[in-house]
Write a protein that binds this ligand. Structure first.
Ligand code: LLP
Length: 386
């Protein structure tokens, strides 16, 4: 065992694979529980899109979180992991009929609706089953999050949600319908947000809308502010737990929730990000014209975040104590963007060394693809590898 990794076990496994440290995951979940339970009316859901590995999902379900799903497949994964249907929320800008029917069949808690045409279909499909579906409207608050452009979602130019101006109309339409019940509002401004000021800006918008609803004498019990809390990619060990305390406090300080309202959160990255690493083997060390490359057996097909968002993941040679040298760390895929890091200082690398790409628990394994006819990486938990 070196550091926090069971290296001897790793050597028996086919690389690349994801490794989930369940202590980090359970500590993170305990922290969420402690911090959220300071507030009576807070309810935390896990955004399944971040990582749907069945073993990870089961641990999260055991901690009591609900599930935020964005597809029929995610609803199935959540049900299979034992999440109670009444703690499942279904969001997404393009829900197919079979997915809506699946949600109706399971009697999930709520559909987060993003347009009038979608509302009409939910009403129609619910009527066909003689059911009433709870719906919340996803409102686009036109708040910019200070994060990568590809993962900001709350701006007017994004495809998500219903504009604030259209909210009244959509509520009117819903209230005319027999088979949907308008129970709340939903928001989500983006991901990997570290500036609490962004959440304050969201709270200000939500407050305006809650006042508006009150003026119309409309009572909703459910306010869902989405997820988005970021993690410290630079220090996977020093700060395994994101700053849930400030996060929940910000909402407590800034949101003017009515006493009859429950506040829902849908956290993804902050729950699972730090517990996961992608473990890969060095295939070759190649001397280029003016740099040396460490060529791994993991590529952008296993962890696409660096190629897609220029995301930083800390890279460690976990099997070497040799003096540090500088490498471009790359994968085997036939794409120039298949690079995990440029000019990375690593303990001297040789063929067969194991390399960990840290903070890869969120949007890692779940975004893996079979491009180049590659096999999908497996995921193992520390519980299995003792
Ligand atoms: N709720 C909604 C409606 C969402 O769209 C998302 C994430 C979440 C909750 C969870 O957000 P989180 O707490 O994880 O920030 N693949 C990208 C991130 C995409 C996030 C999409 N939506 C990445 O690797 O950075």
């Amino acid at each position: 065992m070196k550091g926090t990794f069971p290296i001897d076990k790793f050597r028996e496994l086919r690389t690349p694979f994801y490794y989930y440290d369940t202590k980090v995951l359970r500590d993170t979940l305990a922290c969420i529980r402690t911090e959220a339970s300071r507030y009576e009316n807070y309810s935390v859901h896990y955004a399944v899109k971040a990582n749907a590995n069945p073993k990870v999902l089961t641990i999260i379900r055991e901690s009591g979180l609900g599930a935020d799903c964005v597809s029929g497949g995610e609803i199935r994964a959540a049900i299979k992991a034992g999440f109670p249907a009444d703690k499942i929320v279904f969001a997404g800008v393009g829900k197919a009929d079979w997915e809506i029917n699946l949600g109706l069949d399971y009697d999930i808690f709520c559909f987060n609706v993003e347009s009038v045409p979608e509302l009409e279909i939910i009403n129609e499909l619910a009527a066909a089953k003689g059911k009433t579906a709870n719906v919340a409207f996803r409102i686009n608050p036109n708040v910019g999050a200070h994060t990568h452009a590809n993962i900001t979602t709350g701006l007017a130019e994004n495809k998500f949600g219903i504009s604030m101006e259209d909210m009244d109309h959509v509520i009117d339409v819903a209230q005319e319908m027999q088979n949907v019940k308008f129970i709340g509002l939903h928001f989500h401004i983006g991901s990997q947000i570290l500036d609490m000021g962004d959440f304050v800006a969201l709270c200000n918008r939500v407050n305006e809308l809650l006042d508006k609803l009150e003026a119309r004498r409309i009572r909703i019990g459910h306010v869902n502010v989405g997820g988005g809390l970021g993690i410290d990619y630079g220090h996977p060990d020093r700060q395994p737990v994101p700053d849930f305390k400030s996060y929940f406090e910000t909402y407590d300080n800034c949101l003017k929730l009515r006493p009859y309202q429950t506040l829902h959160f849908e956290l993804g990255r902050s729950v699972v990000g730090q517990c996961g690493s992608l473990i890969s083997k060095v295939l070759y060390v190649k001397q280029g014209a003016n740099k040396q490359f460490a060529i791994l057996d993991a590529g952008m097909t296993d962890l696409i975040r660096p190629a897609l968002y220029q995301a930083f993941h800390k890279i460690e040679n976990v099997t070497s104590d040799a003096p540090q040298q500088t490498y471009d760390v790359v994968g085997p895929i036939c794409e120039s963007s298949d690079v995990f890091g440029k000019a990375v200082d690593l303990n001297g690398v040789k063929r067969g060394d194991l390399i960990a790409l840290r903070s890869a628990g969120a949007y890692g394994e779940i975004m893996a693809s079979g491009y180049n006819c590659r096999e999908l990486p497996q995921g193992y938990t520390s519980d299995e590898l003792v």
